[in-house]
Each structure stands twice: as C-alpha cells, then as structure tokens.
Design a protein around this ligand. Structure first.
Ligand code: NAP
Length: 269
C-alpha cells in the first residue's frame, strides 16, 4: 500500500514541500505520496487526533511547520536529542507505531550558509528569537560562530541568549558592529507585507552574507537592501531544500536525491 507522508501546519496550502518530497520519492522509486495536512488551530484537538491516528492512515512520517513545531513535541513518544535541545520538531517519523520527533532546521540552515562561507569564528547577527532562531543559533554555536540576537521582544532574546550562551544586541547598535553574517528568522518581509525589512542598506556591511528564511517572496526587501549594500545573499529556499533533504534521510535511512529535489523546488517557485 502506498505510504503517506505530508506537511502539518496552518496555513500550508502554498507549501513547496509536496513538490520537493514527491520528486524525491519518484527519483528513488519509493511507493509513497506526500500531501498537505492543513490543521486549523481553532480546533485544539485536531493536532492530537492527527498524531493518534497516524497508523490508521498509513502515515510514515510528516513535516511540521508553523504554528505547531513546539506544540507537536507533547505528542511524541520519543525525541531526538537535538529536537529536545532546540525545543521544537519540524520532522516526525512513525517508527514501529512510535512517533519520534526530530529537527532538521538547524542542519538545513547550516548547510545553506556553508554553501557561501566557513562559519568558524564568524560574527553573526540573528534577527528573531523563535523556533527557527533557536535551531540556527544552536547550529552556529556548534560550528564556532560568535552569535548575537536581536528580537522585537527583548525578554525572548535574553532567554535564547542565556540558553545557548549568546549575546543580545540593541537594534540601534546593529549598524555599529561589523557583522559578517546576518540572518532574518522573522516573518518580516513575507507576502503580503513584502515591502517591509528590518534593516536598510546603510545598516548592512559590504561583503557581509545576508540570509533570509522567508520564501514568499524569494527575493525579500531585506535581500534587495543587502545587494544594494554590496552583501552576498542567500534566499529562504536554500534552507528549505536542505531541511527537506534531512527529513528524507530520517524517513528512509539513505542519502536524499538532492538534485531531483532542487530541480522540483525551482520548477515550483
Ligand atoms: P516563531 O517561532 O513564531 O518566531 C517568530 C519570530 O519572529 C519571533 O522572534 C517574533 O518576535 C518575530 N517576529 C514576528 N513578527 C515580527 C515582526 N512583525 N517584526 C519583528 N519581529 C517579528 O516562527 P519560526 O518557526 O521561528 O519561523 C520564523 C520564520 O522563518 C517564518 O517566516 C517561517 O516561515 C520561516 N522559516 C523558514 C524555513 C525555511 O526553510 N526557509 C524554515 C523554518 C522557518 P517576538 O518574539 O517579538 O514575537
């Protein structure tokens, strides 16, 4: 029987994940189908029911996106240690009817950054202090980055900084520091507010690398400002690709067909 995989979140109707994963299944000759599971947060039991019924529905695993990455943890039988440290799961694997939570956002972001730079010793600004910021901050520390956090809600920035031994920075000080890498992990600049950017060109050092996690639009206002400043840019689909490759490897225990996944991603952008 065809095994089912999918993405759980809300709203997920425009997700690129089905195109990426279905291309991987096809490339590897796997009898599986990846679907969209849009779970409306207004019914609090739906996420729990979905998890309890994974076996009934022949679901081999699923991706998890906003707003469920933290909430899903309570329905897991086990967590991978990395998901536990980060405090959120973007991947669930159904292993002999036990749900196991994993996090591939950290390695996905690190791989996207490593396409452009060696991370050891780099001075990095992370904007945002939510689930994605946590995953990326952890990964960057592991690779020797010198990480600073700016967040709209100062208390959350302080908590993240305390947990992973990072520094907190005030917005007005950002331009004074010579950051080598800047990462936007907030939804700022995503459609329909695509004219918004947390930074302008004058706050971005020339030669810096600026990565935006937003995937809609692909070239955000922040990335346009970065180009104006003479920075290199990394758009959100690079992390999307690598975190999806990590999910495939968890579900099937073999190397992901990244080329086929990448081709499908760019065909569907
Ligand atoms: P989250 O846990 O809800 O965190 C969101 C963060 O953004 C919080 O720090 C929040 O600040 C901040 N924020 C929200 N709206 C803001 C605004 N208008 N101005 C300034 N800061 C704002 O979300 P998440 O899971 O980390 O995801 C964050 C973004 O990354 C989303 O757009 C998501 O789609 C994207 N993402 C992309 C990928 C990829 O593969 N490309 C992977 C994961 C996530 P407060 O603390 O003040 O609320």
């Amino acid at each position: 029987m065809t095994k089912i995989y999918g993405i759980v979140g809300h709203p997920v109707i425009h997700s690129l994940s089905p195109a990426i994963h279905n291309a991987a299944f096809k490339a590897e000759g796997i009898d599986a189908e990846y679907r969209v599971f849009d779970i409306d947060p207004s019914n609090p039991d739906d996420l729990a029911n979905f998890c309890f019924e994974t076996d009934l529905n022949n679901i081999g695993g699923f991706s998890v996106t906003m707003p469920y990455k933290q909430e899903i943890m309570q329905y897991m039988d086990y967590y991978d240690p990395l998901a536990k440290i980060i405090g959120s799961a973007n991947t669930v694997s159904n292993e002999d009817s036990q749900l196991v939570g994993y996090n591939t956002d950290s390695t996905g972001a690190i791989q996207a950054l490593q396409e452009k730079a060696d991370l050891a010793g780099k001075k990095v600004l992370i904007m945002g202090a939510g689930g994605a910021a946590r995953a990326i901050a952890y990964g960057l520390k592991e690779f020797g980055g010198d990480v600073y956090i700016f967040n709209r809600t100062l208390e959350k920035a302080k908590k993240l900084a305390q947990d992973f031994n990072l520094d907190v920075i005030d917005y007005l000080d950002i331009a004074k520091e010579n950051f080598q890498i800047i990462i936007n992990t907030t939804p700022t600049g995503s459609s329909p507010n695509s004219e918004e950017s947390l930074l302008s060109a004058s706050q971005i050092p020339k030669g810096c690398i600026v990565m935006d996690l937003v995937t809609n639009p692909i070239k955000t206002k922040l990335l346009k400002e970065a180009e104006e400043a003479g920075a290199e840019i990394i758009s959100g689909e690079r992390m999307l690709l690598f975190q999806a490759a990590g999910q495939f490897e968890i579900w099937f225990g073999k190397t992901a067909p990244v080329e086929a996944m990448e081709k499908a991603l760019y065909e569907n952008l």
